[in-house]
Write a new protein. Structure first.
Lengths: 110, 110
């Protein structure tokens, strides 16, 4: 069966520090992969979208970047975190029909 | 932008059927209607999807109008654990991005 792994579950980082969140998918090949962010009390904002290795579409200008080094691996990064980067980050994948989401990483930038 | 409109919030008594409406008047012929829900502090959970026929699974039923411009998600016997934000999303082929609107916040009342 298909599963999606996202870690860590929670993270507290100081302003100006780097960030790396990793997401991996099992049980499928060539998935479309997503990174979303949800600020407190707000909706899910699409950050990055990937249809294949090395193919990244950025949806909003921001302090973050994404990479897809392998078919089933999607990484969200920042060189220097800002306070406004705090939020709930979700990875997701889609196949032909359904979509599945990870359990999220709650990032607090202090 | 999201292609759907939903009420901001709804209440439903525990044990009763919860009927959540969604308008998607600009839906294209090849686009499916998907429903997800997000329980507080978790990743969204897939519920059901359909093209034009009504669908039912172990979680819910999806009723799509004949003109496909609107649909209703039905939770047949709502429980307190069904309290969540419910998202109705329109999406075509597998390379279409999943864009979330604001969803409907469903409160199940004891």
């Amino acid at each position: 069966s298909q599963t999606i792994h996202q870690w860590p579950a929670t993270l507290v980082q100081p302003v100006g520090s780097p960030l790396s969140l990793e997401c991996t998918v099992e049980g499928t090949s060539n998935p479309n992969l997503y990174w979303y962010r949800q600020a407190a009390g707000r909706g899910l904002q699409l950050l990055f979208y990937s249809v294949g290795i090395g193919q990244i579409s950025s949806e909003v200008p921001q302090n973050l970047s994404a990479s897809r080094p392998q078919d089933r691996q999607f990484i969200l990064s920042s060189k220097k975190l800002l306070l406004s980067d705090s939020g709930f980050y979700l990875c997701a994948w889609t196949g032909e029909a359904e979509a599945f989401f990870g359990q999220g990483t709650r990032l607090t930038v202090v | 932008d999201a292609k759907t409109t939903q009420p901001t919030s709804m209440d439903c008594a525990e044990g009763r059927a919860a009927n959540l409406p969604c308008n998607h008047s600009t839906i294209s012929g090849n686009e499916y209607v998907y429903w997800y829900r997000q329980i507080h502090s978790q990743g969204p959970q897939y519920i059901i999807h359909g093209l034009k026929n009504n669908e039912t699974n172990e979680m819910a039923s999806l009723i799509i109008t004949e003109d496909r411009k609107s649909s209703t998600l039905i939770l047949p016997h709502a429980t307190l654990r069904d309290t969540a934000v419910y998202y109705c999303i329109v999406r075509g082929n597998r390379d279409d991005k999943i864009i979330f609107g604001k969803g409907t916040r469903l409160h199940i009342l004891p």
